[in-house]
Design a protein. Sequence first.
Length: 253
Amino acid sequence: MVFETLLDPVLGPLLRLPPLLIMLILSFIVSLMITLIYKYTTDQSLMKSLKEEIKEFQRQTKELKHDPSKMMEVQKKAMQTNMKYMMQSLKSTLYTFIPIIIIFSWMSANLAYEPLAPGKEFILSVSFDDTASGTAKIVVPEGITLVGNDTQEIANHQASFVVKGDEGEYINEKALKIEYKEQTAFKSVIITNGPKYAPTIESVKSSNIKSIWLNNEPVKLLNIFGWKIGWLGTYIIFSIAFSLGLRKLFKIY
């Protein structure tokens, strides 16, 4: 992602904390930011009156169930008021869109997967198009050890290699290289005990090689009665709870 490293100087120190606590803090910060921007970029008096109108239309609709023609008139007015409310709300969305994209990119790049640990085997897989056949080869840099053959048969449009390595960042000229016929592709790998990992999947601009990915384990931050939830689901749960509380606290309409 383009924005994934922009917040490293500010949010990087949070990575020393447990992932669940990081998500709790970030969910609160984002919810607070959205709430304050919404409050000060909308006419709260107008929003309050529109909301009261919507509630009144809802009350009238219930009372007019036995008079379809009048009920349709009320519903039409309610739709117009709802549209005004939504258009007013859209103003704050325009202010928060880019900051939220940046924060989400950072969370996805730092909280979505477990890192690759030093000395622990992991799998690097390569995806090919429908016309690819034969074998693919991997070339590993110093510090990376290949487990098994460096050449693998392409089966079901894929080839996989098992490797392990010493702690370090294997990027740029130290990246792992895949060779197929006259084509080459590279995959960055970060091996560390810390909370850092390279992008798990990267697309390749090649006529036959389509993508390369690593088998980092997804991080599960919450376990609700056996339902294991990753970073995005955890963020949604926390942000809904914080948003409801903050909107009441700041009397947001």
